[in-house]
Design a protein around this ligand. Structure first.
Ligand code: FES
Ligand SMILES: [Fe+2]
Length: 315
């Protein structure tokens, strides 16, 4: 098991459709989650206790808030009890996944004994900023440690993300380490983009040549990135959790500072799309690496990277 007892952010409620079962794989276990009209979330192990069908392929019965198995249509309530004829109810047969809700954000310890408290940063962000949506929610075919490292690797902006931002130099201006939490201040220095690039990506017009980012690192699941954008401050919450041994899930809830009224619907989709492009570039790199080994050379500005490696290997 990867980092047993770590809190994992697995979804924002908007990622679940009403009365549609959704499969979640976390720490090697499959679960099914569903949301009813009231916004209440239920979560069970995905394996049907009858003959092992995938409950996530079944359907929700809204009147009873139960999930019906696709194999023999047996229904289970949110506590995992089977609904039997004559309104009888069994004892719990399908195990529940214990969830911890923070507003619309869904956390879990994957049914392990908690070892770290759930950070309250999303609660804070939700009061100070405006939630605009989620980018990504994709599976990376790479072990968790690889995804964890790239989220703390400032130098990869020069390679992995070079096409979009043309970063010629990047540095960690400051790094404050406070146990399982740390803060990095990062500067990227960009080359000038071509006229063609500006035409293709209007957002570049608003991206200064020197970009300062503040990164709040909440080990092991979140990196909260604060940057300035034409929409005012932009907050991207890089979120990862382990699915199986060699797959990792990534998604990025986004917040902005200001509201532009009716223009929000024009300004927000490109912001989400740009973030999705960043994910695509990371995924392409991570899925194309040779298996990990002890690096034979150390670069400057790897403080956040070594911070996260050391916490991971000493868990
Ligand atoms: S396998 Fe689920 S009801 Fe039979
Ligand atoms: Fe990246």
């Amino acid at each position: 098991m990867i980092l047993p007892g770590a809190p994992w952010l697995i979804a924002h409620k908007s990622m679940l459709k009403v009365n549609k079962p959704k499969l979640f794989t976390i720490c090697g276990q499959d679960y099914v989650l569903w949301k009813n009209e009231k916004g209440e979330i239920s979560a069970l192990e995905n394996i049907c206790p009858h003959m092992g069908a995938k409950l996530s392929d079944g359907w929700i019965c809204p009147e009873t808030n139960t999930i019906a198995c696709p194999f023999h249509a047996l229904e289970f309530d949110s506590e995992g009890r089977a609904i039997l004829p004559n309104e009888k109810i069994s004892k719990p047969l399908a195990k529940q996944l214990k969830l911890f809700l923070q507003g619309d954000f869904i956390w879990t310890y994957a049914n392990q004994e908690p070892k770290l408290t759930i950070p309250d940063i999303l609660e804070k962000l939700s009061t100070q900023f405006r939630f605009i949506g989620v980018a990504g929610d994709v599976t990376i075919k790479a072990p968790f440690i690889d995804a964890l490292e790239i989220n703390h690797d400032v130098n990869h902006a020069k390679g992995t993300h070079r096409e979009l931002f043309r970063i010629k130099e990047t540095k960690v201006d400051d790094f404050q380490d406070d146990g399982y939490f740390s803060v990095s201040t990062i500067k990227h220095f960009r080359e000038k983009n071509t006229f063609q690039e500006y035409l293709e990506n209007i957002a570049l017009l608003f991206t200064p040549n020197e970009v300062e980012l503040i990164l709040e690192n909440y080990f092991p699941s979140l990196v909260v990135v604060y940057s300035d954008s034409p929409l005012g401050k932009l907050v991207q919450v890089f979120t990862i959790y382990p699915q199986n041994k060699n797959t990792t899930r990534i998604f990025i809830p986004l917040f902005t500072e200001k509201s532009f009224g009716i223009f929000n619907s024009i300004l927000e989709p490109p912001t989400i799309k740009a973030t999705e492009e960043i994910i695509r570039q990371d995924v392409a790199m991570l899925e194309n690496l040779y298996p990990r080994f002890e690096p034979k050379i150390r670069l400057s500005h790897e403080e956040p990277l070594h911070w996260v490696r050391q916490l991971y290997y000493n868990w």
